[in-house]
Design a protein around this ligand. Structure first.
Ligand code: ZN
Ligand code: ZN
Length: 363
């Protein structure tokens, strides 16, 4: 399914119009990809309210950009630097006075170029113009995330039976990453987290050389990428037999996650979604161990809007795909996190990551 780039550009132009911008200079590559289909790593995109869409990239991408972008944008291959080409291009566009730039994606070094060589235009910082559009997924995007989710769960199913006491976290991450590649993942949205024993209490651990012991929690947080779209899933298992305390903490997190996955709705505020799991864990006496937010949007980036957090006032839009990932961590003992990807559909939430959530004891 080819994305409707024209509709995306039109929605962006509405947002630019509201902010009194004649044009917008985009340098965030996920935004460039969303608006044009270009998946390269070096480009500048200019969109004007009057309808010009101009993509400037370099010689390395000459063939790729033509294939990916087609007529979604006028393509300019820079002979020198992208910036030199930008000034030439802008000078040919009529009616451009006030131009927005992406304050979240422009390096300070490049901002200085705007004030120097670009001084004949007025530059205004713009935030989240494209990011806010990206929060709502269309049917094609949802289908791609579903495939990324399936690749991830297939890879996990492949990996768990291969885990043994005495393997290092990095070795287990290696088995999982190979399984992800075999299942078709284009890459890894972030460095695969395998955290064992007391290290599972580090919510954003790096996989280390620690070897797994019997009775350890093993927290595995990873994702797959399919046609640029990410999945993000966490499961926590026990290697060997679980203790009563492990089981008790696990069950509390599992119920909190289940409740949030069932009750989260489009139209809610991010903090209301976060509270579903947080209130349950507080009542269970475990709130102090849940120090991070409930979740985040996923799409072309593994962390994008909307946020599901106690500080998030934003409304969760219809057709957003978000993670639901409560966790409880005890320093020196271990931690549990369970994470699924959930589509906020009209009919209610739908989990895209289908993998058992009961506590698995690996033999
Ligand atoms: Zn994750
Ligand atoms: Zn996540």
């Amino acid at each position: 399914m080819t994305p409707d780039f024209g509709a995306r550009i039109a929605a962006l132009q509405d947002g630019m119009h509201e902010q009194h911008l004649d044009g917008l200079l985009l340098s965030g590559m996920a935004n460039v990809r969303y608006l044009t289909g270009f998946s390269g790593s070096n480009a500048l995109l200019v969109v004007t309210v009057r309808g010009s869409v101009i993509l400037i990239t370099d010689f390395r991408y000459q063939t790729q950009v033509a294939d990916e972008v087609g007529d979604a944008a006028r393509i300019v291959i820079a002979t020198n630097s992208l910036w030199t080409e930008l000034w030439t291009v802008l000078a040919t566009v009529a009616g451009l006075e006030v131009i927005g730039f992406e304050s979240a994606h422009l390096l300070h070094r490049d901002f200085e170029r705007l004030l120097g060589d670009g001084a004949r235009w007025q530059w205004r910082p713009a935030r989240d113009l494209v990011e806010s559009l990206r929060e709502r997924k269309d049917a094609g995007e949802i289908a791609l995330i579903e495939i990324a989710a399936r690749i991830a769960t297939e890879a996990l199913a492949d990996t768990l039976p291969q885990i043994r006491v005495g393997q290092s976290e990095t070795a287990i991450a290696g088995i999982l990453e190979k399984a992800l590649r075999d299942a078709g993942s284009e890459g890894f949205p972030f460095a695969t987290i395998v955290a064992s024993g007391p290290r599972s209490a580090l919510p954003h651990a790096r996989s280390s050389l620690r070897t797994v012991e019997s009775g350890d929690f093993l927290l595995i947080d990873f994702g797959a990428i399919h046609e640029g779209y990410c999945s993000d899933i966490t499961r926590t298992v026990v290697v060997g037999k679980a203790s009563d305390e492990q089981r008790q903490v696990y069950d509390a997190v599992r119920v909190a996650q289940e409740k949030a996955c069932t009750d989260v709705r489009a139209g809610m505020r991010g903090r209301e979604a976060d509270a579903i799991a947080r209130d349950y864990l507080r009542d269970a006496g475990l709130a102090e161990g849940f120090g991070h937010s409930l979740g985040h949007g996923i799409g072309l980036e593994v962390h994008e809007g909307p946020r599901l957090a106690s500080t998030a006032d934003g409304i969760l839009p219809l057709d957003a795909v978000v993670t639901v990932e409560p966790g409880v961590y005890r320093a020196g003992w271990g931690g549990v996190r369970i994470e699924d990807d959930v589509l906020l559909a009209t009919a209610g939430p739908r989990r895209l990551t289908d993998f058992p959530r009961e506590l698995l004891e690996l033999s």
